[in-house]
Structure formats: structure tokens, C-alpha cells
Design a protein around this ligand. Sequence first.
Ligand SMILES: NC(=O)c1ccc[n+]([C@@H]2O[C@H](COP(=O)([O-])OP(=O)(O)OC[C@H]3O[C@@H](n4cnc5c(N)ncnc54)[C@H](OP(=O)(O)O)[C@@H]3O)[C@@H](O)[C@H]2O)c1
Length: 257
Amino acid sequence: MTTALITGSTAGIGAAFARRLASRGHNLVLVARDTARLREQATELHDRHGIEAEVLTADLSAEEGIAAVEERLGDRTHPVDLLVNNAGFGNKGRYLEVSMADELTMLKVHVEAVLRLSSAAAGSMRSRGRGGIVNVASVAAFVPRGTYGASKAWVVQFTQGAARDLAGSGVRMMALCPGFVRTEFHQRAGMGTDNIPGWMWLDADKLVAAALDDLARGRTVSVPDPRYKALMGVVKLAPRGLLGGLSSRTGRKYGPQ
Ligand SMILES: NC(=O)c1ccc[n+]([C@@H]2O[C@H](COP(=O)([O-])OP(=O)(O)OC[C@H]3O[C@@H](n4cnc5c(N)ncnc54)[C@H](OP(=O)(O)O)[C@@H]3O)[C@@H](O)[C@H]2O)c1
């Protein structure tokens, strides 16, 4: 039996990874800040799928939280075979409307935690000659979109480069780039979603199934849905200035009222 560690496992995309991996018989290490919710999730997945689910409460915006997960990933007596760096959040507002503290917290969770946890896992996986790491980015990585888009662009660049460096080691790395997914993300950030057309919304369970297929195929970047694949094809051809303007106008809808 293999073990997967998922950060941000209690809601949205992370919870969909937990359901999918548990249904395939993987043991899980569930990471988030809310211990009661983690315990409830662990019990439910254990009862439904007969797998072992460990709870690891950690705040990935804090040094101790990142260090605790690094330590678990480095435990060679209970190795982790698949790491899903998924924990993340949005900040409401455009540049200079978001506090510096919130901007820096985003960099800690989306960049520092992803770098440190990927590295802790990859080192141990490489010595065993196998393993997988999925870093959840976003299609926002491909458009100018404040610190959120920049942090997700870092995730894509870092993951592609690291995957190349690890080629032949038995360790796979993949950046997952979802479009809009129905989760707690927008509500937590206080962002309205009324202006987002229905066709743009993805289902978290379908997204995760497609992402795991892409990982098995050896992709290093996954944009799992045909609608977003087409959209990203257009985005790659569009001038950056035009994309920046569109992104900034859309961002205004998410700003303070
Ligand atoms: N939803 C979308 O439209 C969308 C699109 C593209 C990419 N994404 C990305 O997908 C990932 C998951 O987002 P989601 O939509 O599933 O969000 P979500 O439903 O709000 O879930 C976020 C998860 O992350 C955990 N989390 C948040 N901050 C954390 C921290 N500091 N330390 C540890 N855990 C933390 C939360 O649990 P606790 O609060 O208990 O810690 C929760 O389990 C994020 O990286 C996001 O940027 C989302």
C-alpha cells in the first residue's frame, strides 16, 4: 500500500484528491489547519475505504507548520509516495488594495511551502527510486494577475524545471493548472462569483481524476479540461498587454466594494 500526503485536504480540490486516492486504496496524511475537520475527514475516509488516514495539523504560512510537514515527509520509516501541494487561497483586491502582510502570507504558502515540501519529498523519493509530486498551480499562472498569478507562475516554472532535473530518477513532478473550480476558495476570499459564466466552472472530482491520469502519463504541466486547454491556446498567442488589461478589469470585480 502506498501513502499520499495532501496539503489543504479538508476542502475543495484537496478533498477531491483525498477521496480519489482513498478510493484507490492509498493511505493518506491529511494536512490543514482545522484539526476537528481533519479528524472528521480521516474517520470518514477510513470507514468508507478501509485505508489509514493520519492527521497532521499545520499552518503552512508559519515556520513551525512548514517544518512539521517537512519532518513527516523526511520520515524514511513511513515513506510518502505521492505529495500533493494543494493548500492555497486568494486575496480579494487588486495591487495596493491587498495588505503587505496578506501578500507575504500568500508567498509563504504558495511559494516557500511548495519549495520546501517538494524538496523534502523529492530527496527521500529519489533515494527510493520512485514517487510523485503534484503542485497545484492555476491557469492564472499564464496571465498577469498580481501576486496570485505570479506565485502560481512560479509553481509552474519551478515544477517544470525540477521535473526535468529529476528525469530518470523515478520521481515525477507535475504542475496542475485548474480554471475556476467550485470549492470554498472564492467564498473564503470574500469574492463574488456571479459574473463567472457557468461554462467556466469545473468539478473538483473530475479535475482530480484527469490530473492523476496526466501524472501517470508523465506530463509535467496539466491543464485538464478541453475548455481551458483551448482558452490557454488563445492566451499563449495574445499580447501580454491585452491580457494584463483584461485581468485587471476582471480583478476589479473582486476588489473592496
Ligand atoms: N477554486 C478555484 O477556482 C481554483 C482555481 C485554480 C487553482 N486553485 C488552487 O487550488 C488549490 C486549492 O484551492 P481550493 O479551491 O480547493 O480552495 P478551498 O476550497 O478554499 O480549500 C483550501 C484548503 O487549503 C487549506 N489551507 C488554506 N490555507 C492554509 C494554510 N495556511 N495552511 C494549511 N492549509 C491551508 C484549507 O484548510 P484550513 O482552512 O483548515 O487550513 C483547505 O483545506 C489552491 O492552491 C488554489 O490556489 C483553485
